[in-house]
Design a protein around this ligand. Structure first.
Ligand code: NCD
Length: 305
């Protein structure tokens, strides 16, 4: 039995197969409409989510399966003091596969230890968010035609942004990747990640001003400042509007640069950019459904007829 706790749980070759499957799903949706007939996905969400949870639900419904779960820890037995280990033991009796989101780092790994069904980490605190990364990689592969030879800017809350951490790990496995980390000094990428990049000889630059590197990028991954992970509201208020990408700044960017964002957006991308052909963040949401369909099929070892 396999789980997805980190994007590195799949080899690069396995990821290629997953993305090929997702691309086939995109072009032949009808072929996959009954692949999960009779199967049940559980969504156990101890933290707020719109996209990720609904994306999983949509993916399972589009495969013909059904969904149960909870969207709020206060509505679950967690509020009575039940442990994640016990909850997953119970959920294993009700469903065939489980997506779990939890505010604590490592919670999905604990669930996987006690589970009889495949567990998908749908976000564990500020740690990782592998299915967002699968979404990001499929989007990049589809829009740029490759996952290597890319200059990628990541901008915003690089300290608490779990999508950022997972994406850096995942992209580090492809050839000739260069990272630009654009953040205020307080929200830099954690040292354990930059140390690993140094060890692997992967080039990266840390800058404060977006304008200084915007013209060098193939991709810009914008992120919101992660309000819920701040200890102190004053710091959040001071940093929340540090970056606002607008039409004027976008004049510095290449014609073929793509803007990605895991969403939700707050103020960091001005809505005037939504009509810019380089704004890829809503297409990215659509790729998220295809890749989650492919992931559910892969973890349940199911194939289209
Ligand atoms: C992200 C998350 O939950 O980490 N959202 C998502 O799943 N697309 C990003 C965020 O909340 O900023």
């Amino acid at each position: 039995m396999r789980h997805l706790l980190s994007p590195e749980d799949f080899t690069v070759q396995e990821l290629d197969q997953l993305f090929d499957l997702a691309a086939d799903i995109e072009s032949n949706m009808g072929r996959y409409a009954h692949v999960c007939d009779g199967r049940i996905l559980a969504t156990c969400f101890y933290e707020p989510s719109t996209r990720t949870r609904l994306s999983f639900e949509s993916a399972m419904h589009r495969l013909g399966g059904s969904v149960l779960g909870f969207a709020d820890a206060s509505n679950s037995s967690a509020s009575k003091g039940e442990s994640v280990a016990d909850t997953i033991r119970v959920v294993s009796c009700y469903s065939d596969i489980c997506a779990i989101r939890h505010p604590k780092e490592g919670a999905a790994a604990v669930a996987a230890q006690f589970s009889r069904i495949p567990v998908i980490n749908a976000g564990d605190g500020g740690h990782q968010h592998p299915t967002q990364t699968l979404t990001d990689l499929l989007t990049i592969r589809s829009l740029k035609g490759r996952l290597s030879e890319l200059s990628i800017g990541l901008c915003g809350d690089l300290k608490f942004g779990r999508t950022v951490h997972s994406l850096i790990h995942a992209m580090s496995r492809y050839a000739n990747i260069r990272f630009y980390f654009i953040s205020p000094p307080e929200l830099r990428v954690p040292d354990y990640i930059t140390d690993k990049l140094r060890e692997m000889n992967i080039p990266f630059e840390e800058v404060i001003r977006l304008e200084d590197v915007l013209g060098d990028l193939d991709l810009l991954y914008m992120t919101r400042v992660q309000k819920e992970r701040f200890f102190n509201e004053e710091d959040y208020i001071r940093l929340k509007d540090f970056y606002i990408l607008d039409e004027e700044k976008m004049r510095l960017a290449r014609e073929d640069m793509q803007i990605l964002h895991p969403l939700p957006r707050v103020n960091e991308i001005s809505v005037e950019l939504d009509k810019d052909p380089r704004a890829a963040y809503f297409r990215q949401v659509q790729y998220g459904v295809y890749v989650r369909m492919a992931l559910i099929m892969t973890l349940l070892s199911l194939k289209a007829e």
